[in-house]
Each structure stands twice: as C-alpha cells, then as structure tokens.
Design a protein around this ligand. Sequence first.
Ligand SMILES: CC(C)(COP(=O)(O)OP(=O)(O)OC[C@H]1O[C@@H](n2cnc3c(N)ncnc32)[C@H](O)[C@@H]1OP(=O)(O)O)[C@@H](O)C(=O)NCCC(=O)NCCS
Length: 202
Amino acid sequence: MPEIPVLSTPRLRLREWRDDDLPAFAALNSDPQVMEFLPKLLDRSESDAMAARIREHFNDHQFGLWAVEVAGGVDFIGFVGLCVPKFEAHFTPCVEIGWRLAATHWGQGYATEAARTALEFGFRQLRLEQIVSMTVPANRRSWQVMQRLGMTRSPDDDFDHPNLPEGDRLKRHVLYRLTQAQWSSATLLRELPTNSRNIATP
Ligand SMILES: CC(C)(COP(=O)(O)OP(=O)(O)OC[C@H]1O[C@@H](n2cnc3c(N)ncnc32)[C@H](O)[C@@H]1OP(=O)(O)O)[C@@H](O)C(=O)NCCC(=O)NCCS
C-alpha cells in the first residue's frame, strides 16, 4: 500500500489515521456544537464508517483528510485535508479542502494552519489547478477559514447541495475557490521579503 504523506506545521502534525483516533473522532461527531452545520450527529458506528471511508480515500488517491494532532500535545483533534467529492455539481470533478476539529481546539488558528499546509501539498505536490471549499452561509467559522486562506467566493457559484432534500435547512451552499496561479502569486509575495533579506545579507 502506498505510504501516506505526513505534513508538519509549527504546531501540528497531519498524519495517517490510527484505530485509536476513533473514540475521539466519535466524540466530536456526536457534539451538537461541532455538527451544527452538518446534516446529522453521528453515532459510534457511523463515525467509524466515516473514518473508514477517509482511509479508503487515502488508498485511492494518496491524499485525503489527514488526522490532525498537536505536536508534542494532543494526539487527535480532528481532520483537515483534501478530498474528491463524489456528488455532481457545476464545479465537479474537483478537489475540495475541508476541516472538522473538536470544539475545545477552536479559536487557536489550528484549522487555518493545517489547511495552509494541505493547500501547499495540493498545489506543489499534486499540481492541482484549483482547490475549492464549500459550506452553508451560516457557518461563519468555516467560511472565515476559507477567506483567511485567500479563497474567494462568487455568488454565481452558490449551489443547492444535491445530496440534501429540497427544503433542507442546509441545502443552499456557498463555494470558495483558489487557483494554483492565485496561490502561487500570494506565496511569492509572502516569501519575497525573506528572499530580499537573504540577498542583502553579506
Ligand atoms: C470550521 C472550524 C474548523 C474553524 O475553526 P476555528 O478555530 O474557528 O478556525 P481557525 O483554526 O482558523 O482559528 C481562527 C481563530 O483562532 C484565533 N487564533 C488564536 N490564536 C491564533 C494563532 N496563534 N494563529 C492564528 N489564529 C489564532 C483567531 O483569532 C480566530 O479567532 P476568532 O474565531 O475569534 O476569529 C471549526 O469551527 C469546526 O471544526 N467546525 C465544525 C465542523 C465544520 O463545520 N466544518 C466545516 C464544514 S463545511
């Protein structure tokens, strides 16, 4: 089986899933605060089945929704990563970036920090042309992560999620996009001052 890449950030490790992540994953999937903008709370078997699908996605694509841990700290705080949605919409096929963290780990910049390294993996290693992200308009915390990542939304891209029934409170979604070109120029701008300093230093 191909090796799953481990991604590191200053505070986090994005790694392969382990069986001992499953209880903590089930705990966050049954937390109404975490699941407020997702279709339903998951029980233990539904949560385990989702983790199995995530691991299967890694086997199929060699990337996926990584298990996230705090380096030298908490073993599992949730997932952040890239996945290929199975449903059809005007922007599919595509690669989506997504996140779900235990509520006790919100408000520390972990989702954005993990997502930045996942985007870098997607654009540098996988050479993706574009990465998208989606959520419901009410999920402010989620679309704020998208905005912090430099992703942009066009109202023309708003869509009705095909997996949800008509009239469902979560049916309407917003879509954010980031192209390889946009990501590269933003990255270049971030790196420029460092490069200039290096050149100026004797
Ligand atoms: C969406 C989700 C991952 C966002 O988590 P989050 O903690 O709000 O997002 P970030 O990790 O980017 O953290 C940003 C916050 O950390 C703060 N922060 C604190 N220390 C920080 C640091 N060192 N660096 C950066 N930000 C820091 C920021 O100021 C910001 O605070 P604010 O929320 O008061 O504006 C989280 O709410 C979640 O898991 N929700 C449930 C699942 C879900 O809805 N997923 C999306 C489905 S589409």
